[in-house]
Ligand binder design. Structure first.
Ligand SMILES: [Fe+2]
Ligand SMILES: [Fe+2]
Length: 168
């Protein structure tokens, strides 16, 4: 039985990622509250950054193009990409920062706020519009799942373009 059957559709799969990353951010907060060592906080922060990197990549490669074509709302999808860019900037900052930096926790918290704002926008607008569109959300789930596993296993090669190649 395929593990993708654990998800009803693409939205279900993506929102499971959202819930997991939210939990990891709360775990980070708990480490801060308990005065954990910088290395322990960094380990978790880098996991959060890695998970978010994979999540945004599968959205941008597979989910967003399909949804954009189906809902025909470029403004909304462009806003989502801008929010991704904002999150990526914070991720790059965290990845380059020593965990002893005085701004480390604040940068992780800023990423948390950015990500949660974006998650709300996805849930309330992108996912909602996608559900009421012609996008094949069930068909997208196995593609998202396969690409996620590929990226998690360290294969960075981009997906082949969805459009058919035009013979020249
Ligand atoms: Fe998302
Ligand atoms: Fe997103």
């Amino acid at each position: 039985m395929s593990a993708t059957l654990a998800y009803v559709d693409a939205v279900d799969l993506l929102d499971a990622d959202h819930k997991l990353v939210q939990k990891l951010f709360l775990d980070y907060q708990a480490l801060c509250d308990n005065g954990a060592a910088p290395e322990a906080k960094q380990r978790l922060a880098l996991k959060i950054c890695g998970d978010l990197g994979v999540h945004t990549q599968i959205e941008e490669e597979i989910f967003y193009p399909e949804v954009r074509a189906a809902i025909r709302d470029d403004v909304l999808m462009d806003e989502a990409l801008e929010e991704h860019a904002e999150a990526k900037a914070a991720i790059a900052q965290i990845q380059a920062m020593p965990p002893t930096d005085a701004a480390y926790d604040g940068t992780v918290q800023q990423l948390f706020a950015t990500v949660m704002d974006h998650v709300m926008d996805e849930r309330e607008q992108v996912f909602l519009k996608a559900r009421y569109s012609t996008a094949d959300l069930r068909g997208l789930a196995p593609r998202l799942y396969a690409r996620k596993k590929e990226l998690q296993s360290g294969k960075p090669a981009p997906m082949p373009a969805g459009k058919k190649k035009v013979a020249s």
